[in-house]
Design a protein around this ligand. Structure first.
Ligand SMILES: [Zn+2]
Length: 97
């Protein structure tokens, strides 16, 4: 798949440890920036699709746990701010809010 992206700015290495085949489901996805909300009592957190940082409903976010980021419209996939900025061009990610 990297052939298609030859023209892009080469800021992120193709062998970045966070790249794990997300192109199978993330290319061109639409995202909304918002506070994390847990899905149910049993499903109270999610992980960044790239760096695996933890999203939780919390007031004190830190390096490991964050409370806001970019989610797909269906709330299913979450990406932290840092990874979103790093990969938005490579994956043609769109923000719709
Ligand atoms: Zn991340």
């Amino acid at each position: 798949m990297y052939e298609r992206h030859k023209g892009m700015k080469e800021m992120i290495e193709k062998n970045d440890w966070r790249l794990q085949g997300q192109e199978r489901y993330l290319i061109g996805e639409k995202f909304i920036f918002k506070k994390y909300q847990m899905k149910s009592e049993k499903w109270d957190h999610d992980h960044c699709e790239f760096c695996w940082k933890k999203f939780m409903e919390t007031d004190d976010s830190n390096d490991e746990i964050i409370n806001e980021g970019y989610s797909t419209v269906d709330n299913y996939r979450w990406i932290c701010k840092e990874c979103f900025n790093d990969f938005k061009e490579m994956f043609k990610l769109e923000i719709i809010n």
